[in-house]
Write a protein that binds this ligand. Structure first.
Ligand code: NAD
Ligand code: DAU
Length: 334
């Protein structure tokens, strides 16, 4: 078995690859049949990618520093691979508000190039990793996979476009591709531009935390390990052309999440700086994940209280990792 993973040096992709190489988690399973899989990671190593998120060397890992918009590279790499798991993307909403070009280039153009190369080289199976943000914002209830797409940020719009292109490669060309749409992930190795690692690392450095608007926006938080296990279930059992929501996390307002982080870091609400709201800020995300539960037996397993405490502890224990990402990025944009 040979798997090509795009974006495998990022937050979620690297968790997936580390887990796959480790043969899954003891007692939790989910990666059966893949314990001897060979993995090729293709990653451009943008500001969000870090080679150190993966083992420096591993007998079943090949790392390729490359761009998914590079068709010639993909045509060269893909032959011999049984499946592709596609994580590579520009992933941060605020960056897409500042400038959308890279989002369209990588998320739309890169996905189309990858699907085309997979088709040309006869790759048997593709999983396209997407997001709940393609549905827009929902005040009450939860999105099923049939919900219309109404993305609000350029990031979400670029992901929605890539989902539609993926589905079209199934409908037009018969490519065996499934699409996952997951809620907000948390866990170790997440870039400190995102809410949880930004707030935790600011507090660890004795700084305040910038809460957008009134902080009543709601997100559904799922541990990265549960997301990766869901992706593996879809890879092995998902149907071609189908979309699978991956939810079942913990629904919290940003104020509630901020309070949890303050508590875990031993800080007070006075550390919160109320700052201007994100442009076009989605109020609430909520997924109905009945389909993946009933069809594939998905069930989130990481308790939120434990997962969040472990995540905060990981950032406390790994300042070398996040200081490079945080202050390196600031220097580059200064
Ligand atoms: P990330 O920003 O941490 O990682 C993205 C990775 O893709 C990086 O390693 C980066 O170097 C690489 N990359 C970017 N452009 C590339 C290109 N042109 N060619 C090759 N590699 C490139 O993102 P993440 O949070 O790990 O998200 C991974 C995927 O999961 C994305 O597709 C995202 O839309 C989706 N997703 C994320 C979340 C979340 O909460 N983080 C939730 C649902 C879905
Ligand atoms: O829902 C899935 C999506 O979750 C993924 O597709 C995206 O790749 C991922 O980045 C994430 O998007 P969000 O915009 O929800 O995540 P972020 O961590 O940027 O923000 C979470 C919430 O916190 C959001 O309501 C905005 C708010 N926020 C964020 C930052 C960075 C703040 O209040 N202050 C901040 O400084």
């Amino acid at each position: 078995m040979r798997i090509l993973v795009t974006g495998g040096a990022g937050f979620i992709g690297s968790h997936y690859v580390r887990t796959l190489l480790a043969g899954g988690y003891e007692g939790l399973g989910g990666y059966e049949g893949y314990t001897d899989a060979r993995v090729t990671v293709v990653d451009k190593l943008t500001y969000a990618g870090n080679r150190a998120n993966l083992p420096a060397s591993h007998p079943r890992l090949d790392f390729v520093h490359g761009d998914i918009t590079d068709r010639a590279l993909l045509l060269d790499l893909l032959p011999g691979h049984d499946a592709v798991v596609h994580f590579a993307a520009e992933s941060h909403v605020d960056r897409s508000v500042e400038s959308a070009a890279a989002f369209v280039h990588t998320n739309v153009g890169g996905t189309q190039t990858l699907l085309d190369a997979a088709l040309a080289t006869g790759v048997r199976r593709v999983v396209h990793v997407s997001t709940d943000e393609v549905y827009g914002s929902i005040e009450r209830g939860a999105w099923t996979e049939e919900w219309p797409l109404l993305p609000n940020s350029p990031y979400a719009a670029s992901k929605a476009a890539s989902d539609l292109i993926a589905r079209s490669y199934w409908r037009t060309h018969g490519l065996d591709v499934s699409i996952t749409r997951c809620s907000n992930n948390y866990g170790p190795y997440q870039h400190p531009e995102k809410l949880i690692p930004l707030f935790v690392t600011n507090l660890l450095e004795g700084e305040g935390v910038p809460l957008y608007g009134d902080g009543t926006n709601v997100r559904e938080w799922l541990h990265v390990d549960d997301h990766c296990r869901a992706i593996q279930l879809v890879l092995t059992g998902g149907r071609a052309g189908e979309i699978y929501n991956v939810g079942g996390g913990n629904e919290l307002t940003n104020r509630q999440m901020t309070q949890r982080i303050l508590d875990l870091c031993g800080a007070e609400w006075s550390s919160v700086r109320h700052v201007a709201d994100r442009k076009g800020h989605d109020l609430r995300y909520a997924l109905d994940e009945t389909k993946i539960r009933e069809e594939l037996g998905y069930e989130p397993r990481v308790s939120f209280a434990q997962g969040l405490a472990d995540t905060v502890a990981w950032y406390r224990d790994n300042p070398g990792w996040w200081k490079a990402a945080k202050h390196g990025a600031e220097e580059r944009t200064a």
